[in-house]
Design a protein around this ligand. Structure first.
Ligand SMILES: *[C@@H]1O[C@H](CO)[C@@H](O)[C@H](O)[C@H]1NC(C)=O
Length: 282
C-alpha cells in the first residue's frame, strides 16, 4: 500500500484514555486494563456506555483497534463514529461505523453511513473477511475535502467522493468529535429486528486500543491546518484518490463483501442521490 497516502505508524501520536477522551454516560460500564492500554465498554440490561474525544478535528486520519462482543451478541450494536456534536441534532454531520452483532457463529455485519446537515440514509453493509470478535482489528477513516474513505485493516471498504461543488452530501465544513458506544438495538439490528438481545448473556463487552489521529485539531475560530494549502498530507494529491493497490483491494471488497448499498436501492431511491454517480476510481 502506498505509504504516502496513509500516515506510517510512527508518525502517529498516541495518548492515554484520559488525554484523549471523556466518558459520555455511565462511568460504571467503562473499565481499562491494568496498564491503561485497553478499554472496555459494557452493555447490560440497565444501560450501555459511550466515550468521546475531548478535541474536534477537521480532516485527517482517524483510527482505532476494536475487538467486538463475542458469543451471542444479537441485538447489540457497537458504534464507532465521528460527529459534529454530542447528540442527534437536526443539522449534524456524521461518519459512522456500526457493528451489528449476531447469534453465536453467525456473521457480524458492518454498517457505514454518512450524514450531512442531519440527513443520512446513505447506508452500506458489508461482511468482513475475519471474525471481528476473535481479535483486534483496525478501523479507520480518511477524511479530506475530496474523499471520505472507510478502512478495515487498511483495506478501503467504502469511498464517498466530493464533487467539488456546494452540495448536500459531503460533510466538509464542520469539525467532528470521535465517539464510540455500545447499546441495545434489538428493534432493528440483527436480521431486521427478528433476533432479540439475550440478556442472560450480559454483560456484553467491546474492547478498544491504539486510538490514533493524524489530522487537523480544531481550534476556534479556525485553525491554520484546515486551509487547503497542500501543506498537510491529507491535502496532497495522493490522499485525494485511492492508490493502485487500494483500488485492487476495494474492487475485491465490492465484488465479495457488499451486502447492501443505498446507491443500488432504486426502490428506496427511484432517483438515485447525486453522489451515487461519482466514481470511486477517479
Ligand atoms: C446474522 O446472521 C444471519 C444468518 O446467517 C444473516 O442473515 C444476517 O445478515 C447476520 N447479520 C445481521 C446483522 O443480521
Amino acid at each position: 500500500m502506498a505509504a504516502s497516502c496513509i500516515p506510517s505508524e510512527s508518525a502517529i501520536s498516541k495518548g492515554s484514555f484520559e488525554d484523549n477522551f471523556s466518558i459520555m454516560w455511565s462511568e460504571e460500564h467503562f473499565k481499562t486494563s491494568e496498564d491503561g492500554q485497553i478499554w472496555y465498554l459494557s452493555l447490560d440490561k440497565e444501560t450501555g456506555c459511550g466515550f468521546q474525544t475531548k478535541q474536534r478535528y477537521r480532516f485527517g486520519w482517524f483510527s482505532m483497534k476494536l475487538k467486538l462482543v463475542g458469543g451471542d451478541s444479537a441485538g447489540v450494536v457497537t458504534a464507532y463514529y465521528m460527529c459534529t456534536e454530542n447528540g442527534a441534532g437536526p443539522t449534524r454531520d456524521e461518519l459512522d461505523f456500526e457493528f451489528l452483532g449476531n447469534r453465536t457463529g453467525q456473521p457480524y455485519l458492518i454498517q457505514t453511513n454518512v450524514y450531512k446537515n442531519g440527513t443520512g440514509g446513505r447506508e452500506m453493509r458489508h461482511m468482513l473477511w475475519f471474525d471481528p470478535t476473535e481479535d483486534f482489528h483496525t478501523y479507520s477513516i480518511l477524511w479530506n475535502n475530496h474523499q471520505i474513505v472507510f478502512f478495515v485493516d487498511r483495506v478501503p471498504i467504502r469511498v464517498h467522493k466530493n464533487n467539488g461543488e456546494e452540495n448536500n452530501f459531503f460533510p466538509n465544513e464542520k469539525p467532528m468529535y470521535l465517539f464510540s458506544s455500545i447499546w441495545n438495538a434489538d428493534d432493528w439490528a440483527t436480521r431486521g429486528g427478528l433476533e432479540k438481545t439475550d440478556w442472560k448473556k450480559a454483560p456484553f463487552v467491546s474492547s478498544y486500543k491504539d486510538f490514533s489521529v493524524d489530522g487537523c485539531q480544531w481550534e476556534d475560530p479556525y485553525p491554520a491546518c484546515v486551509s487547503t494549502t497542500t501543506k498537510n498530507w491529507w491535502d496532497q494529491y495522493q490522499a485525494w484518490h485511492l492508490s493502485d493497490s487500494q483500488k485492487m483491494d476495494y474492487a475485491w471488497v465490492q465484488r465479495n463483501l457488499v451486502i447492501y448499498d443505498y446507491c443500488k436501492d432504486i426502490e428506496r431511491y427511484p432517483t438515485l442521490p447525486v453522489e451515487c454517480s461519482l466514481s470511486p476510481w477517479a
